[in-house]
Ligand binder design. Structure first.
Ligand SMILES: *[C@@H]1O[C@H](CO)[C@@H](O)[C@H](O)[C@H]1NC(C)=O
Ligand SMILES: *[C@@H]1O[C@H](CO)[C@@H](O)[C@H](O)[C@H]1NC(C)=O
Ligand SMILES: *[C@@H]1O[C@H](CO)[C@@H](O)[C@H](O)[C@H]1NC(C)=O
Ligand SMILES: *[C@@H]1O[C@H](CO)[C@@H](O)[C@H](O)[C@H]1NC(C)=O
Length: 584
């Protein structure tokens, strides 16, 4: 795949249009979605008969109904402190709009049904129509001892947030969105929706005592127009220590999502590890949901276990003593354990060329995933980060319209850590989302958008991009650039496959019993700082490009995230975003 200079000239004009870096085929950032919202039609009529993804309710291909014995994982309820919550994921559709929203497919709004005896609704559910129906809202039950100071109270009234009459979209009818007015000392957590202008009954929904609530933020955009929008609600405080709980209800907001939402999120006043899975349950979860990882068919740089890397000649270097590197012991027991990232030490491949080239290629047979288990969303979810180690990250490749260009040494580095994170509900034991790491950042994908193995395991499928090993839910090309020019991430179903179910549990603070391997607490570089000059490499590549292409090409490459250029030197899992926080 060399550079064909003759064809290159054709692209000159198009190439001039390049202005900035964007990642195509990834979730578009909120701003760009907002810009694309003037797409509503004027007519209001019956819904088109066209079927949409939302008409189908997504079900995981496997969802165990029994788990190894434990203390409440997947038991259906969690007591947040006088307030029990449970997950309702059976819905009755109240209303639909058939354009606007992501992919201009419209949105649907639902009420939870089949709410367990004694539980009450806290809000309604909405999602864009471009995905199968797959969501939940928490419902709640007062289990406090004091009836005078109960954890739930009905609203005292409602106020109208807005209705959809002025929104130019094909919709079932006008939808009225109500905000419950909570009694003093209580907060509303979601909306009631109606298709008539009459206020809903006061016993329709419950408000929650303020000490069990915290600030909510709006995240992904569901639907709306410039001055009235629906968003997904999620807590502002997120991470392994944060008690804040996502409810799953949608938030309707006048204006954009810059104002704080009018509804609150929940807060867990009990221990957030109360119904986290125990070790046997973690094993059972991974038995069902461990991804199968497909390496690219042209991939030369495969994963390995860290112990294979160590015992095959990897070396520990100390600054100032570069001529005297030392071998690394099993589990990295001789690696510095202080949490500094200062360039005082680093790892590298074996120094003799034969072993260097051999170790670079990895060793798929030994490869295993390194598992970090942590509570999320106030202990209502378990995040299982599964880390994969590759001894070497191959050079980058670029695309200039229909041309493929090798980027010399750009992007190459020793020691590449990648991960995917499974987000499993502690209430129903189901896999709801998977995070895919991509060049120091990444994206969350709903389970309904995953591929699953077409075999008896029915496990989720993950693809690793050629050379860079970024993880993706689907095969194909993702371009880190703009207007058909940029660095390319290619994925396909190659013959080399890693079963991520072969795992080692390396960290789970809440269990108190997992001994972390020494290599996990090595915070410095798993490879040396890059030994190439970006300037020189760019010059080499540009020799092959006609004059007018050079500037645009160069600005694109220089504008790539530092993780793609690998100039920083790769750090281990604990030094990466986001070991203890939420991922993005
Ligand atoms: C109700 O409980 C909350 C939280 O424990 C407390 O802050 C508040 O003072 C209580 N109110 C009454 C009237 O007892
Ligand atoms: C799944 O496997 C079955 C049996 O091997 C086969 O008939 C079917 O076509 C496969 N489906 C897909 C989508 O590959
Ligand atoms: C250290 O390595 C050995 C051999 O690979 C392994 O059996 C053992 O469990 C490891 N210990 C830790 C703490 O990772
Ligand atoms: C990591 O998580 C924390 C806590 O959720 C968050 O504040 C921070 O922005 C996250 N960092 C990245 C890069 O996502």
């Amino acid at each position: 795949m060399g550079v064909n200079v003759g064809i290159l000239c054709v692209c000159v004009v198009l190439f001039m249009a390049i202005q900035a870096i964007e990642v195509v085929a990834k979730a578009a950032p909120m701003d760009s979605i907002l810009e694309n919202k003037n797409i509503f039609k004027r007519k209001r009529s019956r819904p088109p008969s066209l079927s949409r993804p939302i008409d189908y309710t997504f079900k995981l291909p496997t969802a165990p109904t029994s788990w190894p014995e434990g203390k409440g994982f997947a038991g259906g309820v969690l007591d947040l402190g006088g307030l029990q919550v449970s997950q309702a994921s059976t819905f009755r559709k109240v209303w639909g709009a058939y354009d606007g929203g992501p992919d201009n497919q419209g949105t649907s709004v639902y009420e939870p049904i089949g709410i367990p005896e004694g539980f009450s609704m806290l809000g309604s559910y909405s999602q864009p129509n471009n995905k199968p129906l797959f969501g939940y809202v928490l419902v709640a039950k007062d289990v406090s001892s004091s009836s005078a100071n109960s954890t739930l109270k009905p609203p005292v009234d409602y106020t109208i947030v807005s209705n959809t009459a002025s929104i130019k979209a094909t919709q079932d009818s006008i939808l009225y969105i109500w905000l419950p007015i909570a009694p003093n000392g209580y907060k509303a957590l979601g909306h009631v929706v109606t298709t008539t202008p009459d206020k809903p009954p006061l016993d329709k929904i419950m408000c929650v005592r303020s000490d069990l609530t915290n600030q909510c933020g709006s995240s992904s955009w569901i639907w709306g127009s410039n001055d009235f929008n629906f968003y997904d609600g999620r807590p502002i405080n997120r991470g392994t220590q944060a008690p804040d709980v996502r409810i799953g209800t949608f938030i309707a907001q006048n204006g954009g999502n810059t104002n704080p939402p009018s509804v609150s999120c929940l807060k867990n006043l009990n221990s957030i590890s109360k119904i986290m899975p125990n070790q046997k349950q973690i094993e059972a979860i991974l038995q069902v949901y461990s991804p199968t990882l497909y390496l690219h068919s042209d991939e030369e740089y495969l994963p390995s276990s860290v112990n294979w890397f160590f015992s095959n000649g990897a070396l520990l270097y100390k600054k100032g003593e570069e001529s005297n590197p030392v071998p690394i012991q099993q589990n990295g027991t001789n690696l510095p354990q202080d949490p500094n990232i200062d360039g005082a030490y680093w790892l590298d491949l074996p120094s003799d060329n034969a072993n260097k080239d051999r170790v670079k290629k990895g060793n798929l047979q030994s490869a295993e995933s390194y598992v970090h288990v942590k509570p999320m969303s106030g202990g209502t979810f378990t995040d299982i980060a599964m880390w994969i180690f590759y001894p070497f990250n191959g050079p980058g490749r670029a695309k200039v319209k229909f041309l493929d260009i090798k980027l010399g040494k750009i992007g190459e580095h020793v020691g590449d850590w990648e991960h995917v994170t499974l987000r499993v509900s502690n209430l129903d034991g189901k896999l709801w989302h998977v995070y895919f790491s991509q060049h120091g950042s990444g994206s969350w994908v709903d389970s309904s958008q995953l591929e699953f193995q077409n075999d008896s395991t029915k496990r989720p499928v993950v693809y690793a991009s050629l050379h860079g090993h970024a993880t993706y839910p689907h095969a194909g090309l993702v371009l880190l650039g703009k207007n058909g020019v940029g660095a390319r991430d290619d994925t396909d179903k190659g013959r080399n496959v890693m079963d991520m179910g072969k795992f080692v549990l390396v960290s789970a603070d809440y269990l108190g019993s997992v001994k972390e391997p020494a290599w996990l607490n090595f915070f410095r570089g798993w490879g040396p700082h890059v030994d190439y000059s970006l300037d020189d490499e760019l010059k080499n590549v540009e020799k092959l490009l006609p004059g007018k292409l050079k500037d645009g090409f160069e600005s694109i490459i220089r504008g790539l995230p530092k993780e793609v250029l690998a100039e920083e030197g790769p750090t281990g899992p604990k030094a990466k975003n986001n070991w203890s926080g939420d991922e993005v």
